[in-house]
Design a protein. Structure first.
Ligand code: NAD
Length: 350
């Protein structure tokens, strides 16, 4: 079980340090090695995804990433920006499936902008296709046609691209409550008619999973109206980009949300859903729980260690029940702690 650790920039090194301590505390044998990605890599080598990192990431079974980016690198040429490192590693490793859970722990129900009864206990998983769709389709561009500027992009999916993301979603639903909602816009877009057709063709392979379909505009409404009706949602790159951010905001606590990006063999890149939070970097106050929960996802999806994953998730629940909070999820009546103290508490609960 080889893990490549990429702390990255901003709060990245602080939060990955806590996640590594959690990994080390499990009774499992991991081989861990650290490398540079993002702004830290640009500073050291001029390249946001240097060769040494590429080699280590390719050899590893899983990658744990903190976050990349920050104002220091925002004025560099586009190919040297930290975000290029992130896109580079996703592409290089062929990570086509993005899994983002949106979980609202009952203790944090007040952090949501929705009524507690609508969101308390929310636990949904959004599976987003990550390497196709209108974000990558050719032709694309802005041209002058008939004397005016004309912008265009191309939406397309092959049936094999849809099938492989469909399989990831059906498998994920199997590990949860066995309900899968596929989101499309088949009433307007042919590409997504194909999406729906392929999902229906896959369903007989997963008789234990209940498949339903929803148009994306309705899905956006249902997510704020009654989000607990969903278990797993699967959708294309663009719809998934928007719906996964909408779903994560239902919880009101970005510092709590992990994510996974997988290839066809369940090799994965695991990272918190938030960014590098330059505004609080170096202060020891960032919430490490999203990164720690990303490690739980790594154990579940890459290493098939369900019981170790549950141990970590239960430790996080216990720490929240004890009333410990970092600044981002603090409320009067709870105890404010820093990054390291939060890590200590999770280790104690483990
Ligand atoms: P951000 O998620 O970094 O921060 C948004 C707000 O949430 C900030 O106020 C921050 O302090 C807070 N926050 C985020 N994570 C937190 C945590 N763990 N604990 C406590 N508070 C937390 O988003 P942003 O400010 O839009 O972006 C900052 C930088 O991060 C940019 O350079 C951006 O490009 C980059 N970014 C990177 C990733 C990634 O590495 N995957 C994702 C998003 C943004």
């Amino acid at each position: 079980m080889k893990i490549c650790i990429l702390p990255g920039d901003g709060i990245g090194p602080e939060i990955t340090a806590e996640a590594v301590r959690v990994l080390e505390a499990l009774d499992l044998k991991f081989e861990m090695e650290e490398a540079l990605l993002g702004g830290a890599a640009v500073d050291a080598t001029g390249d946001p995804y240097p060769e040494a990192t590429r080699k280590l990431a390719r050899e590893a079974d899983a990658v744990l990433l903190g976050a990349v980016g920050g104002p220091k690198w925002d004025t560099l040429p586009r190919e040297q920006r930290p975000e290029r490192g992130l896109l580079g590693i996703r592409k290089d490793l062929g990570l086509f499936a993005n899994l983002r859970p949106a979980i609202l722990y009952p203790e944090l129900a007040n952090a949501s902008s929705l009524k507690p009864e609508v969101v308390a206990g929310l636990d949904i998983l959004i599976v987003r296709e990550l390497t196709g769709d209108i974000y990558f389709g050719q032709p694309r561009g802005i041209e002058v046609r008939d004397g005016e500027r004309f912008g265009f992009n191309t939406m397309h999916y092959t049936e094999s691209e849809i099938r492989r993301i469909g399989r990831v979603a059906f498998e994920a639903a199997r590990k949860r409550n066995k309900r899968l909602c596929s989101v499309d816009k088949m009433n307007v877009l042919e590409t997504t008619q194909l999406w729906r057709d392929v999902m229906i063709e896959l369903a007989p392979e997963y008789p234990d999973v209940e498949l339903s379909h929803m148009l994306v505009d309705n899905a956006a409404m249902q997510l704020v109206r009654a989000p607990k009706q969903f278990d797993v949602m699967v959708t294309g790159n663009m719809f998934g980009d928007i719906l996964s951010d909408e779903a994560s905001m239902l919880t009101g606590s970005i510092g709590m949300l992990p994510s996974a990006s997988l290839d066809a063999n369940n090799k994965g890149l695991y990272e918190p859903s938030h960014g590098s939070a330059p505004d609080i970097a170096g202060q020891g106050i960032a919430n490490p729980l999203a990164t720690i929960l990303s490690v739980a996802m790594m154990l579940r999806y890459t290493f098939n260690q369900e019981s170790a994953a549950l141990r970590i998730e239960n430790a996080v629940k216990k720490v929240l029940a004890q009333g410990l909070r970092t600044g981002d999820i603090f409320e009067p009546g709870t105890t404010k702690v820093g990054t390291k103290q939060m890590g200590d508490a999770v280790l104690a609960a483990l």
